[in-house]
Design a protein around this ligand. Structure first.
Ligand code: CEZ
Length: 794
């Protein structure tokens, strides 16, 4: 019921009911739309902050994208009813709202379009959604064909619920001149200054057609009537009532009568989106509905969004695990690119998200990453700390979690810049002067990061542990230290790792003294962590305002957390024995068939000295889910200590499928890595593994980095490329095409009984140091790596 197409660039789900929440997404610079297999949709566009143009039937609170988004009968979506006028039979595509199981169903997720192919009652339909490159606009193509040997008389009804737009003013009309339904509203506000801010906003929602319908409806209640969405009143008579919504919840419903000869088919094209005024709608029509009538727009949409065809390939792999290959070659870079391209459709990305998303961009569009680092530093605070949230627009404001102080933002500067430097060799960025609006000063990137890390180091208590304030990487861990004393074990080792990373970078610039300073900081933090938070078999998560250590063996809930372990491995906090203990504890207590849980056991009740995280549902989000962002830190750390097998095993678990049972349990197509799968596997086995369906996650960037730098070991340094693959031992062979600093590398790795240590050859010549320097742009290097075979590794 779920398979990849031959080219590997589409995943197709052949059932509307087996994985009802399965979804895919498209985006362009101005919008994002996530649709599920049954036709429900959630779309947002930027004006410049994210806003909706299709709404629920009731007033909705404005919020950020949530995991496990719930769908319900009247949820926004894009649907078509098809009625056989001879027999009276009715069904809908893709599947909702009628929910009649068709003869065949296929939901096909592509990189730049989403399609459905549904056959029912001897009719075959093909529905396709794509976005143009720039405009916030949905382009829908529908083809309906008669597969039967008799002539068919049909009614086709488009049904796009627009929903409750505003309690102040909302209406909808059919506009003959514009060719479609236009709903208008005054987006609700109360403060006078909002009036001026909202001028020019896109308060209209339109649905345009390429050919006039025979009837329409714009009043939601009239459309549905007493029949309900399964069998709306508007579909009962020969023609819909042509109603105009006057402060009534709008709907866009269009009716077409078709007579299809045997074998005949017809095409329709529709546009939907937000607009400021009629002139803009008319313009969109001219641009995206060229010419009138079915013939002019027949066939597939050709204006597929180039943004999503996207990233040039930094790596293309071929391994014994073709399912993994498809994900890495097609879907992972796309997801990484999405994050860097549109910053999760926010204008105030969280600082850590912004830096990590741009870390991912280092492999795809390094120039974008570069300017993001500069922009972030231009908002550094006068004391050297980094703000909660980077403002991307002049009008942007800090919202939601950015109003809560977090202490970790500086960590990400050297950690993410390291990836950028390794990938590009662009050390000139360190000399780049950054003018800062807050402190009004010019300092170079290097100076600013040094200041940021001095601040980070200074934000520690008498034991040399880092204060947590109202949260660190873990947003909802808000009550460990809100009274000003509590500390974070994770942040302590993250600070150590950040300082070590910075020490290495400045050493490469010949700044010995500075490097020593940061090495000392790292040592001090590591020592403190070992003294105060080594709990015998793993590291504790922190110490509360009341001096109570938590995330330790004595805790019945939240006994072990993943993040302090991962970063202690990265920071060199743990010695060999401690590493062994940690690995074992994580495997025993956190690893599940779906990946490693972020903490266990999940909290079942509020701990007022830990905070909001303990109030999340056990096994969801940060409260003990398989939170992939945390999981990939651990994978990366495992690679960095040479644990190639466990690292790959856990990375592989981030991906749904290809086994049926696994798909059913996770309920997700492997077209993105979700922010989490449900954890609490021992507490709630029924829901364990269920995907959040949320594609906003820091996981992508780190996963791409780990595949490139760790699994295939093709990491850059100042002047060259290292060749240090760490394939799982059960792989006899793997190859990669790697693009790096303008050159390309064809890398073949093979296990060989002839060698006991890895051997590297480039263009037939053995390399002593496994590193290629003086890389010539434009050249193709043929790299052969021989790895000791399985038996020798045992
Ligand atoms: O948000 C993410 C943040 O975007 O949670 C991560 C954090 O590192 C990311 O920066 C871990 O806490 O309750 C909350 O506020 C949550 O923390 C969420 O908002 C969470 C979302 O699940 C979005 O991914």
């Amino acid at each position: 019921f779920l398979k990849e197409n031959a080219a590997g660039d589409r995943f197709e789900l052949w059932s509307p009911t087996k994985m009802p929440r399965a979804s895919a997404f498209l985006w362009n610079r101005r919008m994002m739309i996530q649709v599920n297999c049954r036709g429900f949709a959630a779309a947002q566009f930027m004006q410049p902050d994210s806003a909706k143009y299709m709404h629920g039937p009731n007033i909705e609170a404005k919020t950020f994208m949530q995991p496990e988004h719930p769908y319900y009968a009247h949820h926004p979506g894009r649907f078509f009813y098809i009625k056989d006028e001879t027999s009276g039979e009715l069904f809908s595509i893709p599947y909702e709202p009628v929910r009649r199981l068709p003869d065949s169903f296929c939901f096909s997720a592509g990189k730049s379009d989403i399609q459905w192919r549904v056959r029912h009652l001897d009719l075959s339909t093909e529905l396709q959604l794509s976005l143009p490159a720039e405009d916030p606009l949905e382009i829908w193509n529908l083809n309906i064909g008669n597969d039967s040997p008799r002539e068919r008389k049909l009614s086709l009804y488009l049904y796009f619920p627009i929903g409750y737009m505003s309690w102040m003013n909302q209406s909808a009309q059919y506009h003959e001149d514009l060719g479609g339904v236009v709903a208008s509203c005054i987006a609700p506000y109360q403060k006078v200054e909002e009036y001026f801010k909202k001028l020019g906003n896109k308060d209209k929602t339109f649905v345009l057609h390429d050919r006039p319908p025979c009837a329409f409806e714009t009043i939601r209640e009239v459309f549905e009537g007493e029949g309900g969405l399964h069998n709306p009143d508007a579909l009962q008579g020969p023609a819909m009532g042509n109603g105009e919504a006057l402060y009534e919840t709008p709907v866009a419903a269009l009716q077409y009568r078709l007579t299809l000869a045997p074998g005949a088919s017809e095409n329709f094209r529709f546009l939907a989106g937000p607009a400021t005024d009629d002139a803009e709608i008319a313009h969109l029509r001219r641009t995206h509905l060229p010419g009138e009538g079915a013939t002019a727009v027949a066939g597939k949409n050709t204006a597929a969004n180039p943004q999503q065809d996207g990233p040039a390939e930094t790596i293309r792999i071929r391994t014994p695990d073709s399912h993994f290959d498809s994900f890495v070659n097609h879907w992972l870079p796309r997801q990484v690119f999405y994050h860097g391209d549109v910053n999760r459709l926010t204008t105030d990305p969280q600082t850590r998200n912004y830096l990590q998303d741009n870390m991912g961009m280092s492999y795809i569009r390094p120039e974008v990453a570069r300017s993001a680092f500069l922009l972030a530093l231009s908002q550094q605070k006068a004391d050297g700390s980094m703000p909660d949230g980077i403002l991307l627009e002049e009008s942007a404001e800090l919202k939601y979690i950015n109003q809560v102080p977090h202490t970790d933002h500086c960590v990400w500067l050297p950690v993410c810049l390291r990836a950028y430097l390794d990938e590009t060799g662009d050390y000139s960025v360190l000399e780049e002067p950054v003018r800062n609006a807050t402190d009004g000063e010019d300092h170079t990137v290097c100076q600013r990061i040094t200041r940021a890390l001095r601040w980070l180091f200074s934000a520690r208590d008498g034991r040399d542990l880092s204060y947590i304030g109202q949260g660190d990487w873990c947003d909802p861990m808000n009550m460990v230290g809100y009274r000003g004393r509590g500390v974070s074990g994770w942040l302590t080792v993250a600070t150590a790792h950040a300082c070590r990373t910075w020490a290495d970078i400045v050493a490469e610039r010949g700044e010995g003294e500075l490097s020593c300073e940061f090495h000392e900081y790292a040592q001090l933090m590591n020592r403190a962590m070992n003294r105060h938070l080594w709990d015998g078999r793993w590291y504790g998560r922190g110490i509360t305002d009341d001096d109570v250590p938590f995330g330790i063996d004595g805790d019945p809930e939240g006994r072990i957390y993943l993040n302090p372990q991962s970063w202690a491995l990265l920071a060199g906090t743990a010695d060999r024995d401690q590493q062994r203990e940690i690995l074992q504890a994580v495997e025993e207590q956190l690893e599940t068939p779906y990946g490693a849980m972020m903490l266990a056991p999940a909290y079942t009740a509020m701990r007022e000295d830990v905070g909001r995280v303990t109030q999340k549902f056990p096994g969801s989000a940060e409260n003990g889910s398989i939170y992939n962002h945390a999981g990939i830190f651990y994978v990366h750390a495992l690679y960095r200590i040479g644990e190639a097998d466990s690292a790959f095993r856990l990375m592989r678990k981030m991906l749904a499928g290809p086994g049926e049972e696994d798909y059913l349990q996770r309920g997700q197509m492997p077209v993105f890595v979700p922010n989490y799968y449900r954890g609490a596997c021992y507490q709630f086995p029924r829901t364990a593994g269920r995907s959040s369906q949320l594609f906003n996650t820091g996981t992508g960037a780190w996963m791409y980095r780990s595949v490139i730098e760790d699994l295939f070991g093709l990491r850059g340094d100042r002047d060259g490329l290292l060749i240090r693959p760490m394939l799982p031992r059960h792989w006899p062979r793997a190859t990669a095409e790697r693009r790096f600093r303008g050159a390309s590398f064809t890398v073949t790795c093979e296990r060989s009984p002839q060698v006991d240590t890895p051997q590297v050859e480039v263009d037939g010549i053995a390399l002593k140091r496994h590193r290629i320097d003086r890389i010539e742009a434009g050249k193709n290097y043929r790299v052969r790596v021989l790895l000791p075979d399985q038996t020798r590794l045992k």
